[in-house]
Ligand binder design. Sequence first.
Ligand SMILES: [Zn+2]
Length: 391
Amino acid sequence: MNGSLLIRNGRVIDPASGFDQPADLAIADGKVVAIGRDLAPGGSRIIDAAGMLVVPGLVDLHTHAYWGGALLGVNADKIGPRTGVTTWVDCGTSGAATFEGFYHHVIRRSRVRILPFINLSYIGLTAAGNLSIDVGELFDWRFADLGELKRVGSAFASEIVGVKLRASNNATGAHSALALPLAREAADMLGVPLMVHVGTAPPTIDEVLPFLHEGDILTHIYNQSVGGCVLDGAGKLKASVRDAMARGVKMDVGHGAGSFSFRVAEIAMDQGLLPDAISTDLHAHNVDGPVFDLPTVMAKFIALGMDMHEVLTRVTFAPASIVRRNDLGRLDVGSEADIAIFKLRSDPQNLVDSAGEIRSGTLGFDNVATICRGIVLEAVEDGRAEGRHYR
Ligand SMILES: [Zn+2]
């Protein structure tokens, strides 16, 4: 059989089914073909996973993977093999003007899976993150071009998983009140979920949430910016947030360089705002810290009191189902052979949030091997640093 592989002696966990047992796992032709004890090796390549976790390849619901086409982009194919992340949901790094390049130069050539949201703005995040010409993607309203979005959206209908809007002052400038209904219209037009980021107002989170329906996504839920925060001045979860949770709006962490506060997370989680997805918002300005990678963000949620299964659920089938890919983030016979192997680390570690606050980690996830589409991803080096610093 093609590319057959046997992962032996690991602790196999499939959060979707609740399976958690010592087992071998056999892969052929890009699929999981058997899970059980003492599977015969046949002619397979063998990985010994004794003492390790064997879990579905991780799904990061918020990343920026258009390297070379946007200043914020990082190379998913380089970071995937050392982090266990096999599915990278790109959150609007490209708009209609730049999507085709993203698809042909990056998405199609990558060994990892990249599932793109398209930005409401024609130029996407091409200029975002450049501190010398800091021009938000919707400062000029001519970039809110639904005609172009429709053209590209229909040409790439089988690729695009959602529409993205950064609803904050640095992105929309004077146009926040216009951008929200237009983003709603764009997502409905393409028949995909809408993901909206909240941050520095305007608009406030109270103004944003009414535009989100069941299955849409709010990202940066634990940011501490006053207008964009889920908490009011007294530390109470805002009514608009409770209403959104009740109607099925999905809540995404989107850690980012400035969007994750341990303190906000602790207070909000105490009041019932748990994330549906634990994600990084990985980009060039946070890959060298405070985000680093998805396993580091997972360790932060262990430090916040979640157990390992609760964390694994939120980086596997839960985010996969949010982008309507119920075939991903699972490990059962017949499923895609996207697999991550981790060694658990229990030495104390200092974990830092976007505000520089520290919590002590109790458990870490060291990636040992990453398999996507049945192929063990070897490390690649392109001579290019992922992190960028403009100051
Ligand atoms: Zn982002």
